[in-house]
Write a protein that binds this ligand. Structure first.
Ligand SMILES: [Zn+2]
Length: 267
């Protein structure tokens, strides 16, 4: 009788197989669409294991320097590392001071803490907060970028039991589905550039924007969350005060977050 009213074969897929299907999907929009197919699909797609393995697999496959620039993986980490309430503050190598001392005797150049403009996330504000670079590399307008930084990422971290104030260094961050949503648009932006224009950073705005991100990674970097980093306090702005936990339940939450982070650092 099953041939009269057959149930979809996908309903019988074992969870492990369904996880593998989701992890290897080519883009986040297919992922999200497929997650609405049934309660079982939704539960599997929404599980942390599936989401972070999908993100890991996706960045490995598509931000490989062939499909799209590998710097997109770093950009996604940089954006996540500085999310939260503005101003975003970054500890980094003081390239500007180093450059100004090029002609004098080499000295040890200390690191500084500097504000990042939330809409562009670049250190160099010599020409004002130029919002076009992140926009040209993602096609996201300022409001969407701001919402991603101040609402979506912090909320997702809270759901994962992590704290914006106690994030590990950029290299140790665990990327998630929402990072792929952002990065997917960066890949789309890159693929709109004609192949012959991709190296032409002085003519093509998108190529210039990606080159600028590479410059930020190479020249300034990000030392946030790293231990033992010396900072020139005089030339730095003060770090953001940590949010105080006012009651026992939030203290418990904080304790479990720290525990979680410690476990992850050891893993
Ligand atoms: Zn930083």
């Amino acid at each position: 009788m099953s041939s009269i009213n057959p149930s979809p074969p996908s309903r019988h897929l074992p969870t492990e197989l369904l996880e593998l299907v989701f992890i290897h999907l080519p883009d986040p929009h297919t992922y999200l669409t497929l997650s609405t197919a049934s309660r079982h699909f939704h539960a599997v797609a929404n599980a942390k294991y599936t989401r972070i393995n999908f993100a890991s697999q996706w960045f490995f496959t598509y931000c490989d320097g062939i499909h799209a620039p590998e710097v997109i993986n770093w950009i996604a980490r940089f954006i996540r590392r500085h999310c939260g309430e503005p101003p975003a503050i970054c500890t980094h190598y003081d390239y500007k001071l180093a450059r100004s001392r090029l002609s004098s005797k080499p000295k040890v150049i200390p690191n500084i803490r500097e504000r990042l403009h939330i809409a562009n996330l670049f250190y160099d504000t010599k020409y004002g907060p130029d919002e076009s670079l992140w926009q040209f590399s993602s096609l996201w307008f300022a409001r969407r970028r701001e919402k991603f930084m101040t609402e979506i990422l912090p909320r997702r971290m809270e759901l994962r039991g992590e704290s914006v104030e106690d994030m590990p260094p950029l290299e140790e961050l665990v990327l998630d589905l929402e990072d792929v949503v952002m990065a997917w648009d960066m890949v789309g932006s890159w693929q709109q550039v004609a192949i012959e224009d991709r190296d032409d950073i002085w003519e093509n705005f998108t190529a210039f924007a990606f080159n600028r991100w590479r410059f930020v990674r190479k020249i300034h970097g990000c030392l946030c969350g790293k231990e033992g980093v010396q900072v020139d306090e005089k030339r730095s702005i003060q770090p953001r005060p940590k949010k105080r936990c006012g009651n026992a339940s939030s203290e418990r939450k904080e304790a479990s977050r720290t525990d979680f982070n410690t476990k992850r650092m050891k893993a």
